[in-house]
Design a protein around this ligand. Sequence first.
Ligand SMILES: *Cc1c(COP(=O)(O)O)cnc(C)c1O
Length: 357
Amino acid sequence: MPRPIRAAVSASALAHNLALAKSLAAPAKVWAVVKANAYGHGLLRAARALAAADGLALLDLAEALRLRAAGERRPLLLLEGFFEAREIPIFARFGLTPVVHCAEQLAMLAKTRFEGSLDVYLKVNSGMNRLGFAGEAVAEAWTALRGMPQVRAITLMTHFADADGPVGVEPQLAWFEALTRGIAAPRSLANSAALVRFAEATRADWVRPGILLYGGSPLAFRTAADLGLRPAMTLASEIIAVQNLEPGERVGYGFAYEAARRMRVGIVACGYADGYPRHAPTGTPLLVAGRRTHVVGRVSMDMLACDLTDIPEAGHGAPVVLWGEGLPVEEVAAAAGTVNYELLCRLAPRVPVVEVP
Ligand SMILES: *Cc1c(COP(=O)(O)O)cnc(C)c1O
């Protein structure tokens, strides 16, 4: 028997969530964001399940080439563009669309000889101050790109810093519009949070949802189920040992948890080397045999402990859900002081992934 931990990735959940994104976005087209190994779900698997997306957006040239090698024909958007001039001919050869976000990339593009042509995304810094041209540099970059005979279509894009927060999108939208006024080009604005919260204002020509495709809520104040999303990944394992504790006995590294009463503790084959957050404290929820309980003590590399006192039927071999079906990843993330994004994309390579319908 293999170690019992595995992540089940549901192709139908991915397709369902994409259909929801498409209905929010229509008539805009959808880039399915598949960076970070499709948020931990597996790049090629996700690309297949997300067959109805108009294009795929990611970061890594090697991943884009893997998609092309697997026969992927849709547009591929590289969200940080190229990093060195020598990548540019590869972009052209494989029909990859770079984001151009800084003067250095413009200069590389201007001086590099390559065959064929490129579509590009011109990134506008509308206030997030991460990537993009700001102020007068936007119009200058536009003019420079327009003057390059090998640059074909140019799309304007920006990214929202607080689409899920109190600021929302309004100030950045206004700033983006001011910076791009008079430029006749398609536009791409919305991430997941903007799409579910401000669809009317942000759908533009292309949207770029990521987390919602995987069934994660992009909004702290709305559950994924509430938004009609289905979890695409269920991380599951089993109880591999049971300990019966007397009051005052302790569990795990640092003896960090002390039993206040007689209790049954289950040891789960899942630890931080599997991608489970080490800082998940006592109280972090999980499901054993379909019933809700919680982590006790410190998460170790390969195991964690949970309270089985009120689940007497659960013993060695009982099924455990760490997150996914029946236990939203958002709840585990909140307990561990992080976000759904981090838990999903940090699923460790050693965890076998099985595709389920
Ligand atoms: C990651 C990313 C997205 C997707 O964000 P979600 O919050 O996962 O929807 C969209 N656009 C850009 C530029 C990104 O880097």
